[in-house]
Design a protein around this ligand. Structure first.
Ligand code: C5P
Length: 298
């Protein structure tokens, strides 16, 4: 008997970053959109305690110890329900690793839902969301999917309406970027600058609600983009290549280094992905639609 959960990647269509807080985190206005690139987490009973395995092109870069968010999710649920974390978690990885697309967060949310179903824990949605928020700022959104505004560290979610399908292309970079390093670079670049309170842009929320790709393209923003470009200047070439191929807009996804391009339709997305790959400015390029559902048992 085993349980498999499919969990989407995300792109941040707006990432407004406030000043560093005393706890080192930053207050955000983070508009998440789940996209149709998925990891699958399979939980199977194990006689030898907690075990993690991973498959997929980037499997070698995924830690298999207790720093993996999937492991931490299983341990957190087992501890709360006073049971042994005897589970084998297999991650079939398709979301880029250290890419700014919440791949690690997806695995945490997926493992939590999979263990809850396998163990018959019967945790409420509120409890699952609470554990997700303890695991990381982006993990609650991986559970919920669709589109949502995240405030606080990004973990307090308000579900958003999406009125249509958006066609995206993602360009994967040749190396990863560490999220804490990008936030540190944000702090360094903004030293001495008065940073306003982060707020979600109304035009952006309206564009999502209408399903209007051109309006969304005009409204997207990412306050971490200058920091990601400062640490990874070659990303400017990828952004230029995607725009030259007809993207309505291009931006760094979250803390990067994956770059995200909005296309006017599915045919344009296929062409942008082809041109990005041919440009030699990225490792791979994939088209994906949004919104996608959150963590789902399959
Ligand atoms: O919450 P999570 O573990 O995903 O955050 C990873 C790192 O990203 C944090 O340690 C912090 O450096 C940075 N971060 C932040 N402000 C946020 C979210 C993350 O500074 N709102």
């Amino acid at each position: 008997m085993s349980v498999t959960v499919r969990v989407p990647a995300k792109v941040n269509v707006q990432l407004a970053v406030g000043a560093a807080r005393p706890d080192g985190f930053h207050d955000l206005a983070n508009v998440f959109l789940a996209v149709g690139l998925y990891d699958e987490v399979t939980a199977t009973p194990s006689a030898e305690g907690l075990r993690i395995t991973c498959s997929g092109p980037d499997a070698g870069e995924v830690p298999l110890d207790r720093t993996n968010l999937a492991a931490r999710a299983a341990l957190a649920l087992a501890e709360r329900h006073d049971r042994a974390p005897d589970v084998h978690l297999h991650i079939a990885k398709d979301i880029p690793v250290a890419g700014g697309m919440a791949g690690g967060s997806a695995d945490g949310a997926g493992a939590l839902v999979a263990c809850d179903a396998l163990w018959g824990t019967g945790a409420s949605r509120e409890e699952l969301l609470e554990i997700c928020a303890e695991l990381g700022s982006d993990v609650p959104f991986s559970l919920v999917g669709g589109a949502a505004l995240g405030t606080g560290r990004g973990e307090k979610l308000q579900v958003l309406e999406v009125g249509g399908t958006f066609h995206w292309v993602f360009a994967m970079a040749g190396r990863g970027l560490s999220t804490p390093a990008v936030f540190r670079e944000f702090d360094r670049l903004n030293e001495g600058v008065r940073i306003p309170e982060p707020v979600a842009a109304q035009e952006l929320l309206d564009a999502l609600a209408k399903g209007d790709a051109e309006a969304l393209a005009a409204a997207v923003s990412n306050d971490l983009q200058p920091a990601a470009l400062s640490l990874f200047p070659e990303l400017a070439d990828t952004l230029a290549a995607g725009r030259a191929a007809g993207a309505l807009t291009g931006l760094v996804s979250g803390s990067g280094p994956t770059t995200a391009f909005l296309a006017k339709d599915a045919a344009a997305a296929t062409e942008i992905a082809r041109a990005l790959l041919a440009s030699g400015t990225c490792r791979s390029a994939r088209a994906a639609q949004a919104p996608a559902p959150g963590a789902t048992v399959i």
